[in-house]
Design a protein around this ligand. Structure first.
Ligand code: ZN
Ligand code: ZN
Length: 472
């Protein structure tokens, strides 16, 4: 697993120090690097032994590592393991899988920084985590209404909605009916599921879910993958089968064991909806994994002004601590809108099946795009987009793959907190592969994709917004 490059200890330093002949009292630290153990896909255990401080106290010690020989200490690639002489143990974490590293123990005293002998080791392959190549990108819609919604008079039957989505080339479509009207009942819920099963093929997945359409606090939420449905509000022509449930009641319901697989999405999120995103029940926060950054907006198919675009709300939700990923909802209340819609939700999933799509939604591997042919996927330190990275060390290694049949990708931004551009690169190609190391500093990062020509957004110069990664 590792090779000792230098068998005996060696004294060197980063500056002008060095040379032989020093003796006790000259401040030269004698340090060796401990053999490696506990090598995993992301780290290893080593350490050091300080035989002498040369008469000047050691104030910092640990190990440092890098991808090239003779790594030198910096805050981002080192451990800090106490002070003084003697032995110490260092645990390295945050490394890339299947990668060879060079490591040396270091010690700093008043005369400089000294290094032990160099060792190399290779981290294990990351079989415990899916590799990027395990995912495909599927493009579809997470928000449709059929005529069971009560306010969708021309909505079409669930079968007609699914057929329209399939005919328009969607990989998936979810019917998310309002449930608060008298027309909705358990028979509608059941028959929509039957229509979803009937419409699903190897190249198209139909999903049955519902829209919890709350008014106090204001805010609509699509809830996927539950065995039953709720009503959020009463009103004219109100549902006669179920009584309304409050937002808190809905969250309690989500916490019940039969709803453990549920995934929820903030719909058309106004900045003050959901109690200004204060709504927060830690017990079920992990089920709220998506937010509509795009709702309805398209290029000319409908009469709505291109105002239903929720980038500010997306950023507000992130700043309030929600771990949500962007999606696009057609929110069609008529049948023709499905075919004409120009935006898409992208989901990175291992297969085009209902369960695999739910897994992608639950783990925030989604993006919202105004270009219905754009595909994008990225990893950070080999973890897929949507991941939460715990205490990574050193720079964050972004690996981005983006392709588009219809237009060139012109720019990709890695965006941190408060619109900070952490990295950016321009392109002029339909398929790009971008590797970039980003210094740490933000609690989360997401991607914004730009492209030239007609496929750009009607309301901004960007085209797609991609799942964040979070750093804890
Ligand atoms: Zn709604
Ligand atoms: Zn809706």
């Amino acid at each position: 697993m590792y090779t000792a490059m230098v068998g005996a200890y060696m004294v060197s330093c980063s500056g002008s120090k060095g040379g032989g002949g020093q003796s006790e009292g000259d401040g030269v630290v004698k340090i060796t690097t401990a053999d490696l153990s506990g090598i995993t896909a992301a780290g290893a255990v080593t350490g050091g032994a300080i035989a002498s401080d040369g008469g000047v106290s050691v104030t910092a010690r640990g190990v440092c590592w890098g991808l090239a020989s003779s790594p030198v200490y910096s805050a981002g690639n080192s451990t800090s393991d106490g002070s003084g002489t003697g032995t110490f143990v260092s645990t390295i974490s945050g490394l890339r899988p299947a990668t060879t590293y060079y490591v040396r123990a270091y010690a700093t005293n008043g005369t400089g920084t000294y290094y032990g002998n160099e060792l190399t080791f290779t981290t294990l392959s990351d079989s415990g985590n899916p590799l990027p190549t395990a995912y495909n990108i599927y493009l579809g819609n997470t928000h449709s209404h059929s005529n069971y919604s009560g306010d969708a008079a021309n909505g079409g039957t669930p079968a007609a909605i699914f057929a329209a989505a399939k005919g328009a080339g969607y990989d998936f479509d979810a019917i998310t009916d309002h449930t608060q009207y008298a027309i909705y009942n358990t028979a509608a819920w059941t028959s929509t599921l039957a229509a979803a099963y009937d419409a699903t093929t190897p190249t198209f997945v139909a999903i049955r879910s519902f829209e919890f359409s709350g008014s106090s606090p204001k805010g609509h939420i699509n809830i996927f993958n539950t065995p039953d449905w709720l009503v959020a509000v009463a009103g004219n022509a109100a549902n006669t089968e179920k009584s309304p449930v409050s937002f808190q009641g809905m969250q309690t319901w989500l916490g019940q064991s039969e709803n453990g697989g549920a995934v929820a999405c903030f719909n058309h999120p106004g900045l003050t909806d959901f109690n200004t995103f204060a709504l927060y029940n830690p017990a079920v926060q992990g089920q709220f994994t998506m937010i509509e950054l795009i709702n309805v907006v398209s290029r000319g198919y409908d009469s709505q002004a291109p105002s239903n675009w929720y980038y500010d709300s997306f950023k507000s939700a992130l700043q309030k601590g929600w771990k949500v990923s962007p999606v696009a909802g057609c929110d069609n209340h008529n049948l023709t809108a499905v075919a004409g819609w120009g935006a898409r939700t992208g989901i990175a999933a291992t297969a085009l099946t209902r369960d695999a799509l739910y897994d992608g939604m639950r783990n925030r591997r989604t993006f919202a795009t105004f270009d219905k042919t754009l595909k994008v996927f990225y990893t950070v330190n080999d973890q897929p987009m949507g991941s939460i990275l715990v205490a990574p060390q050193g720079d964050l290694h972004f690996s981005v793959k983006c392709s588009n049949a219809s237009a060139n990708i012109t720019k990709i931004d890695v965006v941190g907190v408060n619109d900070r551009i952490a990295a950016t690169k321009t392109f002029a190609a339909k398929s790009v592969d971008w590797q970039v190391d980003v210094p740490q500093g933000d609690a989360y990062y997401y991607l914004v994709i730009y492209e030239g020509g007609a496929a750009a957004s009607p309301i901004s110069d960007a085209t797609a917004w991609v799942a964040p990664v979070w750093i804890q």
